[in-house]
Design a protein around this ligand. Structure first.
Ligand code: NAP
Length: 243
C-alpha cells in the first residue's frame, strides 16, 4: 500500500528536500506552504517533470483551522495519513530583553503549537489504522540552548518534550514519534549570517562543514524504514554539538 505523508513547511529548505525525497520513493506527498506560493508551485512542477504528482496546500499551521483543513484535505483525498512531518518553523535572532509578547506568540505558535495541532488532527486516523510515524523538526538549540535565540530554543525544547511524552502514549497504537535536531544546515533560515560568520561556524564543526537539507532527508528516509525507534531526539550536526 502506498504511504501518505504530510510535510508542513515544504515550500523551501529542509521541508522541500524531504518532500522531493519521499515523493521520489513513491510516497504520496501532501506538501504544505504558507507564504511561498511560487516556490511551492516550482516544487510541484519540478516533480511533475519527473512524472511524479504531489499536492501543494496553503495552510498557516500555526492556526488550528488551517491545520484541520490540511489534514481534512488529505483524508478526503487519500483516506489516511501514515506519516506526519512537523517541519514548519521560523527563527529569530534577538537579545532576550528585546523580545516581545508578539515574538513569543509567533515563534511558539509556528514551531510548537503547529505540531500539537497537526498531531491532534492526524492521530485519530493513525490510531484507527494502528500505524503511523510522526517526526518533529527540532534543533540543536532545543537540546543545548542558543544565545540570542531563546524563544526559538524554548519552542524546540518543547517539541522534544512533545516527542517523548507522545511516543509513550502512542507506542501501544504502533505509532512512532521522534525528533530530528539539526545543527546548522544551509537554507534561507541562515541567511542572517555573513560569509565570515558561516566560515567561523564551519571551523567549529568537527566534520568541517555546514550540513545540507539532504543530510536531514536521509535521516527521515531511515526513520521511515525503521520499526523500533521512538521517543528519541536524533542529532545531526557534523559533531558540532555532542551531549
Ligand atoms: P526555511 O528555509 O526558512 O523554511 C521554512 C519553511 O517553513 C518554509 O517552507 C515556510 O513556508 C514554512 N513555514 C514557516 N511558517 C509557516 C507556517 N505558519 N505555516 C506553514 N509553513 C510555514 O527553514 P529551514 O532551514 O528549511 O527550516 C525547516 C525546519 O528545520 C524548521 O523547523 C527549523 O527550525 C528547523 N531547523 C533548521 C536548521 C537550519 O540550520 N536550517 C537548524 C535546526 C533546525 P512559507 O515560506 O511558504 O511560509
Amino acid at each position: 500500500m502506498v504511504k501518505v505523508a504530510i510535510i508542513t513547511g515544504s515550500s523551501r529548505g529542509i521541508g522541500r528536500e524531504i518532500a522531493k525525497t519521499l515523493a521520489r520513493k513513491g510516497i504520496t506527498v501532501v506538501a504544505n506552504y504558507n507564504k511561498s506560493e511560487e516556490a511551492a508551485k516550482e516544487l510541484k512542477q519540478e516533480l511533475e517533470e519527473e512524472g511524479i504528482k504531489i499536492d501543494i496546500i496553503k495552510a498557516d499551521v500555526s492556526k488550528r483551522e488551517d491545520a484541520k483543513k490540511l489534514v481534512e484535505f488529505t483524508l478526503n483525498k487519500y483516506g489516511k495519513v501514515d506519516i506526519l512531518i512537523n517541519n514548519a518553523g521560523i527563527s529569530e535572532y534577538k537579545l532576550f530583553t528585546d523580545e516581545t509578547d508578539e515574538d513569543w506568540n509567533k515563534i511558539i505558535n509556528t514551531n510548537l503549537y503547529s505540531a500539537f495541532a497537526m498531531s491532534q488532527e492526524v492521530i485519530p486516523n493513525m490510531v484507527h489504522n494502528k500505524s503511523g510515524c510522526i517526526i518533529n523538526m527540532s534543533s540543536a538549540w532545543g537540546v543545548v540552548g542558543g544565545s540570542l535565540e531563546v524563544i526559538y530554543s524554548v519552542s524546540k525544547a518543547g517539541l522534544d518534550g512533545l516527542t517523548k511524552a507522545l511516543a509513550k502514549e502512542l507506542g501501544p497504537s504502533n505509532i512512532r514519534v521522534n525528533s530530528i535536531a539539526p545543527g546548522m544546515i544551509y537554507t534561507k533560515m541562515n541567511e542572517k549570517f555573513s560569509k565570515e560568520e558561516l566560515k567561523e561556524i564551519e571551523e567549529e564543526i568537527p566534520l568541517g562543514k555546514i550540513g545540507k537539507p539532504s543530510d536531514i532527508a536521509k535521516c527521515i528516509e531511515w526513520l521511515l524504514e525503521d520499526e523500533y525507534t521512538t521517543g528519541q531526539v536524533i542529532s545531526i550536526n557534523g559533531g558540532w554539538i555532542i551531549t
